[in-house]
Design a binder for this molecule. Structure first.
Ligand code: ADP
Length: 198
């Protein structure tokens, strides 16, 4: 459990808004350990593979968007989740392959859940203040939908341990994940705190 890993991708808007350092700082200060990092421009094929690792993702993302629009009383262009999901995938591919991204692997106890909590919910308009998306983004489903583009929310973070394993294998070769010890882990994971005093 202490070695749980999760994938984080700073999306092209995060790079353009020069938030790399700010974003890394927020994960780093929790005690999680950075074990892989690289900058790349992903191609369309890579992004399609990434978002279809979970075969149900298209339907789920479409349904989530329909529910959110319905809840706010906004007009629905379709009530078919698969159709809505495929449209989202198309705009996402364009967004995610538009420029450089930074891909990272963060490791530590409950890393998947902790990272999702720090990142905040998908739609920045309703992400909590204090989360990365809530603090740095104004975007909403409605404006993204009106403009026919993806919601710009700075970051991707894996949704479950199983998803994280598959996503890390897609983005990183095994030899790009670095195995090392951080001095602070002695305190974070120490049972008795008996290593402090001389
Ligand atoms: P998350 O990134 O929070 O895990 P999802 O997997 O549901 O969220 O969606 C993936 C990405 O697709 C989102 O981060 C966002 O950039 C984009 N997206 C999701 N829903 C919509 C939508 N209704 N309209 C435009 N873009 C969307």
């Amino acid at each position: 459990m202490k070695k749980e890993q999760t994938l984080v991708v700073i999306k092209p808007d995060g790079i353009q808004r020069t938030l790399i350092g700010e974003i890394i700082k927020r994960f780093e200060r929790t005690g999680l350990k950075l074990v892989g990092i690289k900058m790349l421009i992903p191609d369309s094929d890579h992004i399609k593979k990434h978002y279809t690792i979970d075969p149900d993702w298209i339907e789920k993302v479409g349904q989530k968007s329909i529910d959110s629009l319905a809840e706010k009383g906004e007009e629905l262009k379709t009530d078919d989740p698969i159709e809505a999901g495929n449209k989202i995938l198309d705009v996402l591919v364009k967004y995610m392959s538009s420029g450089p991204v930074v891909a990272m692997v963060w490791q530590g106890v409950n890393s998947v859940g902790v990272v999702r909590k720090i990142v905040g919910s998908t739609e920045p308009l309703s992400s909590d203040i204090g989360t990365i998306r809530g603090d740095f983004v104004l975007d909403s489903y409605k404006i993204a939908d009106t403009d026919g583009r993806a919601v710009r929310n700075l970051i991707h973070a894996s949704g479950s341990v199983d998803e994280a394993e598959k996503e890390i294998a897609l983005w990183f070769n095994q030899n790009e994940i670095v195995n090392y010890r951080l001095i602070q882990e002695q305190i974070i994971y120490d049972v008795n705190l008996d290593g402090i005093l001389e």
